[in-house]
Ligand binder design. Sequence first.
Ligand SMILES: *[C@@H]1O[C@H](CO)[C@@H](O)[C@H](O)[C@H]1NC(C)=O
Length: 383
Amino acid sequence: MSKLLVFLACCSAFMVLGASAKNVVCYFASWTIYRPDNGKYTALDIDTNLCTHILYAFVGLRDDGYVSVLDDWEISGLHEMEHLMSLKEQNPDLKIILSMGGWNEGSYKYSTVAKNPATRAVMVEQVLAFIDQYGFDGFDLDWEYPCQRGGEDADKANFVTLLGELKEALNAKGMTLSAAVSGGIASCELSYDIPGVAANLDMINVMVYDFHGAFEPFVGHYAPLYASSLDVTDEQKTLNVAAGIEYWLDQGAPAGKINMGLGTYGRGFTLADPTNTSLYAGTYGGSEAGPYTRAMGTIGYNEVCELYSDWEYFWDDEQQVPHIINGNQWIGYDDAKSIQAKVEYANSKGLAGVMVWSLDTDDFRGLCGGGKYPILNTIKQYL
Ligand SMILES: *[C@@H]1O[C@H](CO)[C@@H](O)[C@H](O)[C@H]1NC(C)=O
């Protein structure tokens, strides 16, 4: 009897620990403080119980290896870094990570620093100094991408060397190293020595989104979970979440280090012919800009649910994702239903957890009737 009680106590404690041990790695895009009206998002809007890690996006890199602050006013005038660190008073277990890079930083500076042992050493030293100064718990590198966009072939090996030097220095101080990596197979083949990358990271955040968008002249969902029967070529069949994750696993990345990327946004198109709304139908560029995110061809989940709730809703059974249509506007995005399907997929693969880009486009104000942060809460419920 007492053995049974001990067993029950042990296992329920284990299950509680097990349930909270999965990673929910959330990007905080710091520039969203400048969005208008209900779109304005600040560090103090973060709910500290929905994420295990908050990644501050982004700082930049100088070609001499020093960290560059991309927006000094946001730190010195608006005090966002202090606000961010103050979140640990609400949740002492929260890890706040410094993230460097992103699409707008390009690849050339990273290639230049990574190829030279002297600039690599400066980068490692300066990253650690910056982390110490502001009180971060780790570092995340978003080099988009080695060997591409102004990088060179040697980046593939140099990326692994740079990660190894960063990881050694961070781990020695009890801190973690992660990186955001591509989830597109063609891009991965160009950029990564996957076993080398995996061995030199504590967490691998796989960006399994942006498979389609206004950079192509036809309709496609930005992050389908599975392929569609309308995907016919070998490449088309790989442009989805499951194919990207299975590729990283097949190439030798351990499931226990992989966080699967999830989006709180969507990508849309202006249809060339409003009567042809199918995948691969022709388009004339991106969908109209939303009032908060203010960029043609992309949209926040908060904009969709607050402003486009009267558009016609479609669920794609094969791809397990929704899209909405209004006249010549077609937008593919993620909602609670598709996020649940993706989280259940991540569970089925035994992944470490999920990564979310980004906090600011969930319905963080709770304006759509599903409470605050419906996407993040769905993740918490099903992961
Ligand atoms: C829609 O466009 C696709 C791609 O061009 C084409 O294959 C399909 O036949 C079109 N469907 C209709 C109903 O026009």
